[in-house]
Design a protein around this ligand. Structure first.
Ligand SMILES: [Zn+2]
Length: 339
């Protein structure tokens, strides 16, 4: 292998010959962005490079005045001798893996990714590389996802059961990605209301041609029964909820696979639906990449390094400031808070 040309720095993952950072957590001159979640897309960098599908979301999150260059899927540009291209990661709309090629050596940075089909985003594309830098938010064998359709059916049954006894169904989901995925997956069983933080994002998805269930802002709430209300997890602690009584509360998240998490949040139901790869899909991704070197960035990195070594990979972990699903999105950004 050539000298290390991608490595972690206090600003974020750095590609030295290209002089750019990938999802930097501090402002830099050139930021290459995998997706618009707030732990990956930070304000303050002088210029941004991202996938075309992500550009509207990035501008929505960081401001329309940022300097952005965007590339189509698979389109290659060369920066300081490094060939760079974006490939679908399937995590949320616009989410990308980054393929870097320098002096014949190929690395892929997965960003956050999932392998299950999702009607709101372009499907994950396996990439061959010499080295892979992967997230492992759900990198333990206890995490194995069921099909999203089966989970959507389960949520639909719960909503119908609430409606049958005159209750509203409140479903917590993070505002960017999960909420729209639910609105694309769920059957139409009654009126749907959404928290203020979802309005602009829903509109962006619809503008991109994604069909969502008909929805109304919660500010237009009229005393109803049998409605579905989608809100970010942070809304649970607020008085915002009282208007929807009587109600049941549930959350859709990969963390719902852990019973304790559901109890801790005092939820009536927990639905296991994640926008990240499960343990087996992480292994599948590494195998399909045909990489010899594997680096894990966030999640169960220590455990995954051990497992990858058992499989014969050269593996290590890098510390990053990424947090993964829900731990970040419990926060509603001030600009998105409901008035
Ligand atoms: Zn993410």
């Amino acid at each position: 292998m050539t000298k290390k040309w991608i490595y972690p720095t206090p600003q974020g993952l750095y590609c030295e010959p290209g002089d750019f950072f990938i999802d930097p957590w501090r402002p830099v001159a050139k930021a290459v962005i995998t997706h618009a979640h707030s732990d990956h897309a930070k304000r303050g960098s002088a210029s941004y490079l991202t996938a075309e599908e992500n550009e509207p979301l990035l501008r929505y999150r960081l401001g329309s005045d940022i300097s952005v260059q965007s590339l189509r899927w698979g389109e290659k540009i060369t920066i300081g001798g490094v060939k760079l291209s974006f490939h679908p990661a399937g995590h949320i709309r616009g989410s990308a893996q980054i393929r870097l090629e320098y002096k014949g050596e190929v690395w892929v940075i997965t960003g956050d990714y999932k392998r299950h089909e999702d009607p709101t985003t372009t499907s994950f594309e396996p990439i061959k590389a010499h080295g892979i830098i992967s997230e492992c938010t759900f990198g333990l064998p206890i995490y194995q996802w069921r099909s999203p359709q089966a989970v959507a059916e389960e949520i639909g049954n719960w909503w119908a059961a609430c409606a049958a006894v005159g209750k509203n169904a409140i479903l917590y989901a993070y505002a960017l990605g999960k909420a729209q995925r639910l609105l694309a997956l769920l059957p139409s069983l009654g009126p749907v209301y959404v928290h203020g933080s979802l309005i602009g994002l829903n509109q962006l998805y619809e503008a991109a041609g994604i069909s969502l269930l008909p929805w109304k802002p919660a500010s237009e709430w009229k005393k109803e029964e049998g409605a579905l209300i989608i809100a970010p997890p942070s809304a649970q602690k607020s008085r915002w909820l009282t208007r929807f009584e009587p109600h049941e509360e549930a959350q859709a998240s990969g963390w719902m696979a852990i019973r304790g998490r559901r109890r801790q949040r005092a939820l009536d139901r927990g639905f296991v639906l994640s926008d990240h790869a499960d343990f087996y899909q992480i292994l599948e991704t590494i195998r399909e990449s045909e990489a010899e070197k594997v680096i894990f960035t966030h999640g169960y990195t220590t455990q995954m390094v051990k497992i990858a070594r058992l499989y014969g990979y050269e593996a290590e972990e890098w510390r990053t400031a990424y947090v993964g699903e829900d731990d970040l999105t419990d926060t509603v950004e001030p600009s998105e808070a409901e008035p």
